[in-house]
Design a protein around this ligand. Structure first.
Ligand code: GRF
Length: 194
């Protein structure tokens, strides 16, 4: 069974969609662990509920960014991932990690990259920017991860309309619903190709 390791910083609704797809037999993989950069987040409660091991690797527990990166690398090594899945993980992945698992780290982003990606485009800000730009469609993107934010090749996208009366929050909900459908499906495709 292929081993997925998920990294998250927030509520973990995409992580939950992955766990649900595994439970339903739609995603043939084992979730070998959840790695977080902070305590007390929804993703941790979801992991505990599902019996998935959790490791919290916090920047504040390390003297500098280099030792934090080493801590993240060794945590991931210990979990022996076939695929590393960023599901709302807000930290940049260190070059030592992208170099160790080339072509095996994926992220989901709540916009149609290359638009509305890069540093500062996370959470509700993405949807605020989409509405401010008068876009008529938005969506989500699953892409490979390299050492630059939101930069790796696009693997798949799902589109949604931006409606005239949308707020950032209503748009976020519409996009998130698509994320939950798209992400597990793409992960299954990637694992079956590998
Ligand atoms: C999602 O919108 C995802 O696209 C982005 O971060 C958000 C995470 O949401 N990278 P959740 O924690 O999965 O609910």
């Amino acid at each position: 069974m292929k081993r997925i390791v998920v990294l998250a910083s927030g509520s973990g609704s995409n992580f939950q969609a992955i766990l649900d797809a595994i439970a339903k037999g739609e995603l043939h993989a084992e979730c070998a662990g959840l790695v977080c950069d902070r305590d007390g987040i929804g993703a941790i409660a979801r992991a505990e509920n599902a019996g998935v091991p959790v490791v919290v690797v916090k920047r504040s527990d390390y003297a500098d960014v280099e030792s934090f990166s080493e801590g993240l690398l060794s945590t991931l090594e210990s979990l022996k991932p076939d695929l590393i899945v960023l599901a709302g993980y807000l930290r940049k992945i260190p070059p030592s990690v992208t170099a160790r698992w080339p072509g095996a780290i994926v992220n989901i982003h709540p916009a149609l990259l290359p638009k509305f990606g890069g540093k500062g485009f996370y959470g509700i800000r993405v949807h605020e920017a989409v509405i401010a730009a008068n876009e008529t469609e938005s969506g989500c993107t699953v892409h490979w991860v390299d050492e630059v934010y939101d930069n790796g090749d696009v693997i798949a996208q799902a589109k949604v309309p931006v409606l005239p009366d949308d707020t950032p929050s209503s748009l976020q909900q519409r996009v998130l619903a698509q994320e939950h459908l798209l992400f597990p499906k793409v992960l299954q495709q990637l694992l079956s190709n590998s």
